[in-house]
Design a protein around this ligand. Structure first.
Ligand code: PMV
Length: 319
């Protein structure tokens, strides 16, 4: 019987995006997606026996009632009869929470791994991943390190990623306004965006072309597919009724700057954006300083991340 478990999981950023559930209950996507697990931010989650009878949940040392309810609902998916009285769960994100930086992905992946171990389910990856995606779809990809594909049938698989010089930068755009959450937004896109079927078709094409480019280690093709895929996802959002606008004027500033570094200076750098205004930059390590310099001149800061090599794992346990 375990009394303490500590797990961690990385954030992941999709280069081929998931945007739309084919099966809402099972959380199955319309399209294959492919992400990189990153070592810049992670979630660490502790589950332990308490010396009281309450169920206590904290996130970044703060009790959050809404999140506690979500966590309880998620854990009951493992077994409805689980009793959480006398249990404490403490979770910490090393990056900003709910700022479009995949903290819910690392959060649910770390929680899933911790619950699996603490309550002695010991489910295999298939079962664990089918539970994890019900916390947050993209969390499924945070279970594995490096490059991870999530297929429309629900499976995840590790994809060979043979670059040791690829990095991803996060430009944190400060003019964040509260926008619509991804679950509700993608449902609206599926229902109303005239581009939706084209988006699904293109996602399959992008996914195959991306894997082919990985095989040939062709970074320019990877980058171009990444950028086009993200821009199409945002176009799908713009055509959704009512319009979904995640990108802010500053996001567009940064996108234009990165594109012009590529076209005018020949730097291999490409953008990707998710359900928020932050812009991520896919590039090679030796371009970091010049990209940083140009962004700084325009008043933007970039945080660089390497590729996570650990995935979602147990860090510590006590009997
Ligand atoms: O899993 P969710 O509901 O957070 O959706 C994430 C969707 C995107 O981040 C925009 C794309 C992706 O594949 O991660």
């Amino acid at each position: 019987m375990l009394t303490y478990v500590k797990a961690r999981a990385p954030i992941n950023i999709a280069l081929i995006k998931y945007w739309g559930k084919k099966d809402i209950k099972e959380v199955l996507p319309y399209q294959p997606s492919l992400s990189l697990s990153l070592d810049i931010f992670e979630t660490e989650t502790i589950i332990q026996k308490a010396d009281h009878d309450d169920f206590v949940f904290t996130i970044n040392n703060i009790k959050d009632v809404n999140m506690k309810q979500k966590v309880e609902t998620f854990i009951k998916l493992f077994d409805v009869n689980i009793n959480l009285n006398g249990i404490e769960i403490h979770t910490k994100n090393t990056g900003p929470t709910a700022a479009g930086l995949a903290s819910s992905a690392s959060g649910f992946a770390a929680l899933a791994v911790a619950v699996n171990r603490f309550f002695n389910f010991n489910y295999d990856l298939d079962t664990l991943s089918s539970l994890t995606r019900k916390g947050s779809g993209s969390a499924i990809r945070s279970l594995l390190p490096s490059a991870v594909a999530w297929l429309p049938d629900g499976h995840i698989e590790q994809v060979d990623f043979e670059f040791d010089d690829v990095c991803l930068g996060v430009v944190i755009i400060n003019d964040q306004k509260k926008s619509i959450g991804s679950t509700e937004a993608m449902k609206l896109s599926v229902e109303t965006s005239p581009l939706y079927s084209e988006w699904v078709k293109q996602s399959f094409i992008d996914f195959e072309a991306f894997k082919e480019a990985l095989k040939h280690k062709d970074f320019k093709i990877l980058g171009n597919i990444t950028e086009k895929n993200a821009l199409l996802m945002h176009e799908v959002c713009h055509q959704t009724v009512p319009k979904i606008q995640y990108l802010s004027p500053s996001s567009y500033d940064v996108i234009t700057l990165i594109q012009s570094l590529r076209t005018t200076l020949g730097i291999d750098c490409y953008v990707t954006m998710d359900a928020g205004p932050n812009v991520k930059v896919l590039t090679k390590v030796h371009h970091q300083s010049i990209i940083k310099k140009h962004l700084k001149q325009e008043g933007y800061n970039i945080l660089w991340s390497g590729i996570d090599t650990k995935g979602a794992v147990i860090l510590d346990e006590v009997h």
